[in-house]
Write a protein that binds this ligand. Structure first.
Ligand SMILES: [Zn+2]
Length: 306
């Protein structure tokens, strides 16, 4: 082998397709022509998982016995391991960006063509902007977007210490980077992390507002509900055998406004979402088949190295 091995792969860039934001999508009211509701369920760690606080702590402080003097601690809320909503939203967004004609958000690459690839611009005072599919759903600078991810607490399972190689930020390149499950960096494991062990289960909840079925469809693909079940990677060590999660018991419901206004606060107002219809409509937002297949296959659950 020559040079440094590479533990990521890239998709060719596509021009984003930005459309004007519809004012009716605003945050305050429900639009009867669109869908509002919730996605709830569990996800299971297929590999060790680490979402850190950035702090090093003595292992006894987190109840783990080891002779390593300091470890990077896992994020906690009220004494329980927790994946913050933003740490789940990020990977869902990146996959949706990658499979649609979307901009590249949160990139440090300044050489990207502004009009074709850079993050969409939103003018908050006038509530206007031309936004790509991902920005329409997940938001852009100054615009909240139409989905809200709540924190995911640990429900069952234990933590442990796991060591990974030092992590480097790869240099910016002219493509969209992703981490295929089959590429695993095993070199020099010297970073000690507190991890949620494989098999740990977390509860999650996502609220969505004023989406169209096609947008829900691309979100469902990222949640592993499409024809290729994918395992997203969350947290640290994506190139080092960490982070793969598998969604289970996924429930998707929308608010039926006729029921809602007829009988206030009735549970009947929550109706199951037609998943197949949303997935079918998603085709209208997907980029060329070849790229979509490449990334979904690389992230398929059956590729995860355990
Ligand atoms: Zn965008």
């Amino acid at each position: 082998m020559f040079g440094n091995p590479r533990f990521y792969d890239s998709l060719p860039l596509v021009d984003k397709q930005a459309t004007p934001l519809d004012r009716k999508r605003g945050h305050l009211h429900y639009d009867r022509r669109r869908l509002s509701g919730r996605i709830t369920g569990l996800f299971e760690a297929v590999q060790p998982l680490h979402v850190g606080t950035g702090l090093f702590v003595p292992p006894e402080a987190i109840g783990i016995e080891t002779d390593i003097p300091l470890v990077k601690s896992f994020y906690q809320v009220q004494g329980r391991l927790t994946i913050p909503g933003s740490s789940l939203k990020g990977p869902v967004r990146s996959l949706v960006e990658a499979i649609t004609y979307s901009c590249i958000s949160k990139t440090k690459n300044k050489k990207l063509d502004r009009r074709r690839h850079q993050e969409c611009q939103y003018q908050s005072k006038r509530h206007t902007g031309d936004l790509c599919p991902a920005c329409q759903i997940f938001g852009a600078m100054g615009y909240q977007g139409q989905v809200e991810f709540t924190d995911s607490p640990l429900i069952t399972g234990k933590s442990a210490i796991h060591q990974i190689p030092p992590q480097y930020q790869p240099k910016g390149d002219q493509a969209r980077r992703y981490y295929p499950h089959e590429l695993v960096d095993e070199r020099g494991r010297i970073w000690p992390l507190e991890i949620a062990m494989p098999g740990c289960r977390f509860g999650f909840s996502v609220q969505f507002k004023n989406l169209i079925p096609a947008e829900l469809g691309v979100i469902l693909i990222a949640f592993g509900q499409g024809s290729i079940p994918v395992c997203l990677k969350v947290g640290a060590g994506k190139s080092s055998g960490l982070g793969a999660i598998h969604f289970t018991e996924v429930r998707m419901e929308y608010l039926d406004f006729d029921q809602l206004y007829g009988e206030l606060a009735s549970e009947d107002a929550w109706q199951p979402l037609n998943v197949q219809e949303c997935l079918g409509q998603a085709r209208g937002l997907l980029r060329e088949e070849e790229a979509v297949q490449a990334i979904l296959t690389a992230l398929a659950c059956n590729q995860v190295v355990r």
